[in-house]
Design a protein around this ligand. Structure first.
Ligand SMILES: O=C(O)CCC(=O)C(=O)O
Length: 199
């Protein structure tokens, strides 16, 4: 796995557009938002069917958005909770950073190194072609791994507390991404991916 500990700004990978901003939020705001989201979002333990068996997804998640935005994956459909003041403010900051409107956010809470997210692309039809995804990370640093769908090339990007990663252009068509389990990490992490859902 190719790894750069110091990726910042535009990350050059073939058929991807990635812009990583480690200092998007200052320490104090990032600490406050981590506490606020952990304590106040409508966290749910969802289940999916995997090889015919119903299993817990290995993290908690929450879906917020405008009326009518739904999140569908692996046979699961989430209806949106109403925006909170803190989520709306963070959405606005992401919109300003990306020059793009968002109308929904998926929040994931990785309670420890045992929680993870499997390889996938954010390529559901309701995201449209070449979606812009703004990904804010809070809490312990976890590695986001990328794998090219054609060549198998990989890249590892550690996502720091308070950082913003913007994925855009053809990234979702050509790459998968995921968060592997780790024995190293004991702390928690919350990630928020702001999206625009066509509904
Ligand atoms: O936790 C992360 O950084 C990844 C989240 C993600 O892949 C997603 O929400 O689709």
């Amino acid at each position: 796995m190719q790894q750069s500990l110091f990726d910042t700004g535009v990350i050059t990978l073939p058929q991807a557009e990635l812009d990583y901003r480690p200092d998007f939020l200052d320490q104090c705001s990032a600490d406050g938002l981590l506490r606020c989201f952990r304590d106040s979002l409508a966290w749910r333990q969802d289940h999916i069917k995997l090889y015919g068996k119903v299993v817990k997804i290995p993290r908690l998640q929450a879906w917020y958005g405008d009326a009518g935005t739904q999140y569908r994956y692996s046979g699961l459909t989430l209806s949106p909770e109403h925006w909170t003041a803190e989520l709306s403010a963070l959405k606005l900051a992401c919109e300003q950073a990306c020059g793009q409107r968002f109308n929904a956010v998926l929040a994931n809470w990785y309670r420890s190194g045992d929680d993870s997210m499997g390889w996938h692309s954010d390529d559901e039809p309701e995201l449209g072609r070449n979606p812009v995804i703004a990904s804010v990370s809070l809490g312990v640093c976890r590695n986001l791994d990328f794998r090219h769908k054609g060549t198998g090339q990989t890249h590892r990007l550690p996502l720091q507390h308070g950082s913003l990663l913007i994925m855009s252009g053809p990234t979702q068509s050509h790459w998968q991404h995921g968060i592997a389990k780790t024995r190293r990490v004991i702390g928690e992490r919350i990630n928020l991916t702001f999206r625009y859902i066509y509904c």
